[in-house]
Design a protein around this ligand. Structure first.
Ligand SMILES: Cc1cc2nc3c(=O)[nH]c(=O)nc-3n(C[C@H](O)[C@H](O)[C@H](O)COP(=O)(O)O)c2cc1C
Length: 319
């Protein structure tokens, strides 16, 4: 059995799995390993480090990959889209901001436009603006997200949008999650946290180990890390990471943090360089509780497909 969906047809991929674009975590090696294993791998264009982006596009060795951007940040450096489009990506994903100004140039370059949204209103707007694929992202997600939960958001978006494939994201890391997403009417899943803990991910090994030890209880959405990294994220987006001493100290005390920000930024930067994850952030979502190993991206995909097929044939919750 293969899981053929509108997503696999549109993207011409074997399995309905997209690997999320993750700034400084999903580079060319992870994206190409994912695409070579039958999914779609996306390089994380992140906050726009051009040198890093060019290096990672080169490292993908012309595999059929895509690239993702943080839209509000791309507005500040729109030429980065040209850098990505020059590499002839299969798809470009836009998240967190108004996609409209970028859609035409992506489509003219022959790439598929994927828009990640956090509310039904955003999904309808992305659809009107011409998105080819809509990713409905729930707040369980690692990295930035808003406040809606995955299950009800995906279901609502699927019910209102039937002309393009809808993909579920946030808290999905195994075959049960993929099967559940397909049951909701999604045409596939986009996963970040699961791919953080792979051989090809650029996340430091110590951070991967922390993610493996954690449970879904021990993550938190907060603005503290963005303040410390000097990233000016607009509301309502907050960053989900593992809880640590930094969050214990400052979450809920952001005004006091603002008063001492220069010194605290210096300390945070030092902790990041030292890979001191009691103080630096490990960016993962609630799905961290499902991580038990650090396989290759190809092994992740194979295992998820086998489990999803088995779940769809014999739902684990039924007698
Ligand atoms: C380490 C990490 C970095 C991320 N960076 C980005 C990013 O740069 N751009 C983006 O659109 N989404 C980013 N995300 C969010 C993903 O696109 C996706 O929505 C999320 O990972 C899905 O939830 P999951 O982590 O439970 O699989 C990131 C997620 C993680 C875990």
């Amino acid at each position: 059995m293969t899981l053929k969906t509108r997503l696999t047809e549109l993207l011409d991929i074997k399995h309905p799995i997209i690997q999320a674009p993750m700034a400084f975590v999903s580079g060319g090696a992870l994206a190409s390993a994912t695409s070579n294993a039958g999914g779609l791998g996306l390089i994380g264009g992140g906050y726009g480090d051009q040198e890093w982006l060019e290096q990672e596009l080169n490292r993908s060795h012309n595999a059929d990959i895509g690239c993702g951007f943080i839209t509000w940040s791309l507005v500040e450096q729109p030429h980065l889209l040209d850098v990505a489009l020059d590499a002839k990506p299969k798809a470009v994903m836009l998240s967190f901001g108004d996609e409209k100004p970028f859609i035409e140039s992506i489509k003219s370059a022959g790439a598929i436009v994927i828009c990640q949204v956090q509310t039904l209103v955003q999904a309808l707007a992305a659809h009107d603006n011409g998105a080819d694929v809509i990713v409905a992202q729930g707040s369980e997600a690692g990295g930035h997200a808003a406040i809606r939960g995955t299950i009800s958001l995906v279901r609502e978006v699927v019910d209102r949008i039937d002309t393009v494939p809808v993909v579920a994201a946030g808290g999905i890391a195994d075959g049960r999650g993929l099967a559940a997403a397909l049951m909701l009417g999604a045409a596939g899943v986009l996963m970040g946290t699961r791919f953080c803990a792979t051989q090809e991910s650029l996340m430091p090994e110590q951070a991967k180990e922390r993610a493996l030890e954690a449970t879904g209880d021990t993550t938190l959405q907060s603005s503290v890390v963005d303040m410390l990294r000097d990233k000016n994220w607009p509301g309502p987006y907050k960053l989900r990471t593992l809880q640590n001493d930094t969050l214990v100290q400052w979450h809920g005390r952001e005004q006091q943090l603002a008063q001492d920000i220069d010194e605290q930024r210096e300390a945070y930067e030092a902790a990041t360089v030292a890979r001191d994850y009691d103080h630096a952030a490990v960016i993962v979502g609630e799905a961290t509780g499902m991580l038990k190993d650090i396989p290759t991206a190809g092994e992740v995909i194979e295992e998820i497909i086998v489990e999803a097929e088995s779940c769809l044939a014999n739902p684990p919750g039924c007698l």
